[in-house]
Design a protein around this ligand. Structure first.
Ligand code: 13P
Length: 284
């Protein structure tokens, strides 16, 4: 059975100190391309869905795609709902069969976040599902001011949150952001070690697009077992369409363009899987 829990995937990665790529897919083509890349490299992988895409596609269609595409997958895979502040959508995805969710209540006070996160964890457990938690939120790269790594909660606040909620993976702010970094981000790698050492849970690294191979290597060694990649997938997907149209002016052949996009996303996924050292790590 290739669909496993997100926790099983992360437990292996955390114990062996490699990173599992968690790609935000945007449609059927990108979901398939990511799964194919993982199979070709014998790597575990997490397929992530953003709230926007789930709402656009609907949970029935999204889950039916996932179910069909993973029926014969031979590597460990799981389906994750990324950054979701909407409790109703979380309930809908959990009931449908998503493997895990990121309850994003980072806009609420830590106390209220914690109170609700306890409920989300309890609900997830009823389905054998798992939960990622966050308390700080992430900026877009274009909003960065350079002091992100300092605008964080105390280690004790993180420890209390993780212990009291029972989340399976925690997403800290370490100077990372979503999007394309204008310059190499200054990351607080030590914070990952401090959190992992004090909580014993794996860390989810957000804002993966544009980090260097050296940054990934060090952060994965410190316990970033889940590495989120979204913008790189969008760039590969959109740029391939643009390249195709420029190379074939006046030709309107969707399957040919889709093939090119699929190739580009698959290559991008393989590059990141190798960077995180998860190629060859499938155990199923
Ligand atoms: P990027 O878009 O920077 O790759 O970040 C992805 C992410 O963290 C999704 O939650």
């Amino acid at each position: 059975m290739p669909v496993v829990t997100t926790k099983e995937i992360l437990d292996h990665a955390f114990a062996e100190r490699y990173g599992v790529a968690a790609f935000n897919v945007v449609n059927d083509l990108t979901m398939q391309a990511v799964l194919t890349a993982a199979e070709e490299l014998r790597a575990p992988v997490i397929v992530q869905t953003s709230v926007k895409h789930v709402q656009m596609t609907g949970t029935d269609v999204m889950y039916a795609m996932w179910h069909e595409m993973t029926r014969h997958v031979s590597v460990p895979v799981s389906l994750h709902l990324d950054h979701c502040p909407d409790r109703e959508l979380i309930s809908e995805c959990l009931a449908k069969g998503w493997s895990s969710v990121l309850f994003d209540a980072s806009k609420l006070s830590v106390e209220e976040n914690k109170r609700q996160c306890v409920e989300v964890v309890r609900e997830a457990r009823r389905y054998g599902a798992h939960v990622e938690g966050e308390i700080e939120g992430f900026k877009r790269t274009e909003e960065m001011t350079g002091d992100e790594a300092e605008q964080v909660q105390s280690l004790q606040t993180v420890v209390d949150f993780v212990k009291e909620t029972g989340v399976d993976v925690f997403a800290p702010a370490i100077g990372n952001a979503h999007g394309v970094y204008a310059a190499a981000p200054r990351l607080d790698n030590q914070r990952v070690s401090d959190i992992v050492g004090a909580t014993g849970v794996p860390v989810a690294l957000h804002g993966g697009t544009g980090m260097s191979a050296e940054q990934f290597r060090d952060l994965v060694q410190r316990g970033c077992a889940k590495v989120n990649i979204s913008t790189a997938l969008k760039i590969a997907f959109m740029k391939a369409a643009q390249d195709h149209m420029s190379a074939h002016p006046g030709k309107f052949d969707p399957p040919a363009m889709f093939n090119q996009q699929s190739e580009a996303v698959r290559a991008m996924a393989k590059e990141h899987i190798r960077l995180f050292d998860s190629d060859g790590k499938a155990w199923t």
